[in-house]
Design a protein around this ligand. Sequence first.
Ligand SMILES: *Cc1c(COP(=O)(O)O)cnc(C)c1O
Length: 394
Amino acid sequence: MSAVRETDTDATQPTRDEAWFAARASRGVQGLKAYDPGHDLVAFRRQFGEANLVELGSNENPYGPSPDARAAILDQLHSLHRYPDPLGADLKRALAAKHGVETKQILLGNGSHELLMQLAQVFAAAGDDVVFSRYGFAVFALATQAAGATMRIVPALPDDHPTMPLGHDLDAIAAAITERTTLVYLANPNNPTGTWFGRAAFEAFLAKVPADVIVVMDEAYAELADAEADAATALPLLASHSNLALTRTFSKAYGLAGLRVGYLIAAPGLVAVMERLRESFNVNGLALAACEAALGDVAHLEWARARNAEQRKALAEAFERRGLRVMPSQTNFVLVRFGAQTTRIEAELTKRGVVLRPMGGYGLPEYLRVTVGTVDENRRLLATIDAVLGEVGA
Ligand SMILES: *Cc1c(COP(=O)(O)O)cnc(C)c1O
């Protein structure tokens, strides 16, 4: 800022634009771009009508939450004038029991997005390095930049890798850690690639990480992975590694994306420091009640998991039959290579009310991310893709 400051002689100031305010923002925020939510879905719903739209762009659970979650919300409607429990004690108790940890190891967030942001706010600052994989979840970059720290983006496994194309290269991530590194973000399974790594690889990685580097494992899709796939969770390693934190969410397998609830599990001391920054009522009362109820309905979760696994396999095979390459996935989406015509194909699909997620922002312009829908949604998706591919001649 210049030494001589502008003073207003005139009562009305000119309207300042984004650049003017950005110049006054903190260093980290100056380099930031706002989160790209993809398409304007509300506008599409208005245009097509909800029933005609095939929404497969946001990795939502097409089956919705447990009916118990809806009932719990109705039960709560009498107390909308009350603040929610600022401790979220009942939900934390239920989560602690489910995961075999203590309640003081759990922190609730307004979605796990909030927790991932807060981790960088707490554990990284200007001069610190934060390490994560290329094609890692987009929030890792946002969180690092907002905190004013430096991103160390590690090349992913190559796209012709025999088992895990575009996946996290754990050896390279470990090698990228320096004395300046305070935080590492991993996602297992990862979004947008769908890729994952196993328990042995994760343990070998952790053995190489200095004890004062916080390792965050984003496990947003953990409930959707097949048991046989060996997608590692950080849970069993928390007791032996104080520098480990894992995040989960009610947005995906539990079908409650609209309520915005995620949680973090870590050492009690790490949680206590994160608590210093948490907004006092960050999770609302309806959400607390609904999530607690959803946790109790194991059968619904298991049913949604099984349907997703079956439809994921069918969808991947359908793409492959059409000569399209599908990355391996243990999530509720598949990353599909549509090639040089991807932008045109995506535009044509959107015109017909089929919404997928473009990947240009991730540096994967020849791919689209496709959420696994219901049988009916997947059928409509594939019919529309066939029509568009025929037209585009791809
Ligand atoms: C969807 C997703 C989340 C969850 O975000 P919420 O804020 O909990 O809805 C977190 N991490 C990854 C990798 C995701 O894909």
